[in-house]
Design a protein around this ligand. Sequence first.
Ligand code: NAP
Length: 317
Amino acid sequence: MPAPKWTANDVPDQTGKVAIVTGANSGLGFETTRGLARKNATVIMACRDLKKGQAALEKIKKELPNANVELMQLDLADLDSIRHFTEDFKQRYSRLDLLVNNAGIMAIPYRQTKQGFEMQFGTNHLGHFALTGLLLPVMLETPGQPRVVTTSSGLHMIGDLNFADLNWSKGYTPQKAYGRSKLSNLLFTYELQRRLDAQGDKILSVASHPGYAATNLQTAGAIMEGKKFRERMSLLMNSIFAQSAEMGALPTLYASTAPDVKSGQYFGPSGLLEMRGYPKAVDSNKKSNDPELAAKLWAVSEELTGVNFSKSLVGQR
Ligand SMILES: NC(=O)c1ccc[n+]([C@@H]2O[C@H](COP(=O)([O-])OP(=O)(O)OC[C@H]3O[C@@H](n4cnc5c(N)ncnc54)[C@H](OP(=O)(O)O)[C@@H]3O)[C@@H](O)[C@H]2O)c1
């Protein structure tokens, strides 16, 4: 249970630990990286755009000159890039204590990943599913209690899984597609937890959400569509209603580092409607806790990504 006003200062010392944070150049990923680096973790900033990644790394280095941060290229919308990233990582590192599946896009116009999946489902869920599957063998070899922390959203509640059309060939709605991807993040987190538990493994699978935090997430869709008014409205809403990215990253930092975290837990802000505030354990909806749905999504995700967890998880059904 988090202390009532748990902050990034409460992150325990991370000396010797190796972490990967996806989408580390911006918003919550940047703040998560900063929070971990400040407590001496080695953090691999996994970013799709190396220029933006480099600027973010330099910002952290300016504040924390001794920070152990490294930039690596990762495009979650491309399975080849994910494979390349994991191979590269395994050549350089022999342990992985923490994988933060944070990167994401929200409510964008219809786009497809390199392999033809709808972009939000493909990036937010399938990309992280594949990444986790490919990195799990390293985590299983890592001493201590490694963690996989996956960022979801309160909007998982509007999510639905239509297995007949996961790629939205009909009736694409940007918000609903986002909801589907965020529901999938939770189904994945809990199913991973069940499968790890089934083989008595020590790895924790945990989820988090930031409430409403002012980041680039809210304007990305409007910018892609060239909708200036919508972009300005989103910025205005952010300035009035959202909390800072620093506050939004706290549930992820808590899930990633607090000693009392248990596998299968979900953390979000403690304030009204879980929109802002310090981290606390929260609940997710009934659908996200449905083991049958989760098992089906898992099987489909293995098929779509070609990443099979069976080498790591003997408890595969
Ligand atoms: N902010 C909120 O209020 C809120 C609420 C609920 C949930 N969340 C979740 O929080 C997470 C972080 O979002 P944020 O708010 O910090 O937004 P953000 O500032 O837009 O950051 C998103 C990060 O994801 C990266 N990314 C996007 N597509 C990628 C891809 N194909 N491959 C690799 N990286 C990719 C972005 O890279 P670029 O900079 O290159 O675009 C960026 O670094 C997301 O999973 C989001 O769903 C946020």
